[in-house]
Design a protein around this ligand. Structure first.
Ligand SMILES: Cc1cc2nc3c(=O)[nH]c(=O)nc-3n(C[C@H](O)[C@H](O)[C@H](O)COP(=O)(O)OP(=O)(O)OC[C@H]3O[C@@H](n4cnc5c(N)ncnc54)[C@H](O)[C@@H]3O)c2cc1C
Ligand code: SF4
Length: 521
């Protein structure tokens, strides 16, 4: 008896995807969604339109903390994978800061080998469940995908998330090589993406890894900053659990600089990686910032995410303003304003001194915020926080801005429009205009060279001025992105391994060609 293809259920994500496809692709799409893995020519692949991620309804989600993006079904993941052209020169890899072999994992997925896709993805990227959710793919791999030249790029981020979530749900299907013990012990300070990535890489080399974390829970910004509705905390915890299962030891509630100094750690460990992030909030420096009701975004998000203040069952309180103004235009500002909306704010407003085009937040976050009813006041800058006689915020006084010549960052410099001041009535102001390095660790490590802004300086291998002490992530670059922090963790781990095994962090010089051939023979 021939096997019948399974039908596409009515009103399913597959049925919606089929309905949205152009006529020439319909037959192929039907076959793929029915479970076939056909051999297609590039023209047929090009005929398939990019699929959409299913999302929680905007009205419903702006009142809950459940994840907004709901992921792909298997059929949709196979379909999107068919869009990849398997380019001879895969520009997508150049667009990825950790150089994930994107065509390889997509090819395996396309052929129905999800375990193979997961093995390939995980060998390049230690936290794909995270990066599949929070990376700005539209300015990285997807921006330079060949398909973006004539239409929409392959949805690399969606596919990464699909494969990574599958791997998290099927640990038994993955390859687990147990490395031989090296006999070396390394300390990682900070358990954000840089620290966790380095921990995983060093454990793979057989070193005994201990991660010191100031907070009671590991994960860094992934756990205390990025909200549940963008990055569920059980996903981050599962990544940490995987490392623990590989032998990594996590020491929470350990503030390096207070509990131990770097020099004390150096006596106990053969090498150290400093990945403490740049979590010290920057304030606006305008009058009235000390009124009750003004939060830094870090404090606000930490209360809600890490301390669970969104749920009244928990002890940590957080203010629930009816009218909340968030100052800033990055991911942190979007997270804060969408959190305020979910905590019941009738009016949740972003105040940003440049225009919509200049918003540094991920395009998807801005789009989601708009869908959820967030108000945006562009070309507006705060000049004073106004309070009432009891010391509570009552309004934010602002001035309108106009864009002038480009500044050092290349973006148009905003300048105030004289006489344009106005007030935005509110009960809460959240300041999300950036963070900088926290001197807690560096001020107790006089042998560490830091920049004038307090960031740790390293050489090209990630080694600091203290031999055997490496650093990476936001504490070296300044506030950046998850994937850049992970790239630093990966590179530093490779250099640390070399340093531990050969005494030099440098990569071995490439062998002259004739000698290499002779050795191979
Ligand atoms: C709210 C928010 C949203 C963001 N959204 C995105 C996004 O969507 N996409 C994206 O790519 N990037 C985003 N970022 C930026 C990204 O999260 C950071 O660039 C990244 O987390 C930096 O990683 P890291 O490992 O260097 O540091 P962190 O993640 O900051 O981790 C540092 C860790 O070190 C610990 N620590 C600090 N000092 C000590 C000490 N003395 N002793 C012991 N432990 C210490 C901290 O508690 C923390 O756990 C966001 C940032 C924030 C704040
Ligand atoms: S550039 Fe785009 S189409 Fe080409 S291999 Fe990469 S993801 Fe596939």
């Amino acid at each position: 008896m021939t096997e019948q293809p399974h039908p596409i259920a009515e009103a399913s994500p597959e049925a919606e995807a089929l309905a949205a496809q152009p006529e020439p692709a319909l037959d192929i799409v039907r076959r793929v969604l029915a479970g076939e893995h056909p051999t297609l020519i590039p023209k047929e692949r090009m005929s398939i339109d990019r699929i959409h991620m299913v999302e929680q309804d905007a009205g419903a989600r702006s009142a809950n903390f459940d994840e907004v993006n709901l992921g792909l079904t298997e059929g949709l993941a196979f379909l999107e994978a068919e869009r990849c052209l398997q380019c001879k020169k895969p520009t997508c890899i150049d667009g990825c800061p950790v150089r994930v072999n994107i065509p390889l994992f997509i090819e395996r997925l396309r052929d129905g080998d999800i375990a193979g896709a997961a093995d390939s993805l995980l060998s390049d990227n230690a936290l794909p469940c995270v990066t599949g959710r929070v990376c700005p793919q539209e300015t990285q791999c997807e921006q330079v995908c060949v398909r973006a030249k004539k239409g929409t790029p392959v949805a690399v981020g969606y596919l990464e998330r699909y494969v990574a979530d599958w791997a998290q749900a099927h640990p038994e299907a993955l390859s687990h090589d147990r490395p031989a013990r090296s006999g070396k012990a390394v300390a990682i300070v900070g358990s954000g993406p840089a620290g966790l990535t380095a921990a995983g890489e060093l454990a793979k080399h057989g070193h005994k890894v201990t991660v010191f974390e100031a907070f009671h829970a590991p994960g860094g910004v992934l756990i205390y900053g990025i909200p549940e509705f963008r990055l569920p905390k059980d996903i981050v915890q599962a990544e940490v659990d995987r490392l623990v299962a590989e032998g990594v030891v996590i020491e929470p509630n350990s503030i390096i600089g207070k509990t131990f100094t770097v020099a004390e750690l150096r006596e106990r460990f053969d090498a150290i990686f400093l990945a403490v992030g740049a979590g010290l909030p920057v304030f606006m420096g305008v009058p009235g910032e000390n009124f009750k009701g003004v939060y830094s975004a870090n404090e606000y998000l930490t209360r809600v995410n890490l301390m669970g203040a969104w749920d009244p069952i928990n002890d940590t309180p957080v203010l629930h303003g009816q009218r909340v103004v968030v100052v800033g235009g990055g991911n942190v500002a979007m997270d804060a304003v969408r959190t305020a909306k979910r905590l019941g704010a009738a009016e949740a407003t972003i105040v940003y001194r440049r225009g919509r085009e200049e918003l540094p937040a991920r395009a998807e976050e801005v789009h989601h915020a708009e869908q959820e009813g967030i108000r945006f006041d562009f070309l507006v800058a705060p000049v004073e926080v106004l309070g009432d006689e009891t010391g509570w915020v009552r309004a934010l006084r602002c001035v309108r801005m106009e864009l002038g010549e480009p500044d050092a960052s290349g973006r148009a410099r905003p300048k105030p429009v004289p006489g344009s001041e106005f007030e935005i009535p509110c009960e809460m102001v959240v300041v999300a205009i950036g963070t900088r390095s926290n001197p807690l660790l560096t001020s107790t490590a006089p042998d560490l060279t830091v920049s004038e802004y307090g960031y740790i300086e390293t050489d090209e291998h990630g080694m600091t001025s203290m031999p055997g002490v490496f650093a990476g992530g936001d504490i070296v670059r300044g506030a950046a992105t998850v994937i850049l922090a992970m790239g630093d963790g990966k590179r530093a781990a490779a250099a640390m391994d070399r340093w531990l095994t050969t005494g030099s962090a440098a990569e071995p010089e490439a062998m002259p060609e004739e000698q290499a051939v002779a050795t191979e023979v």
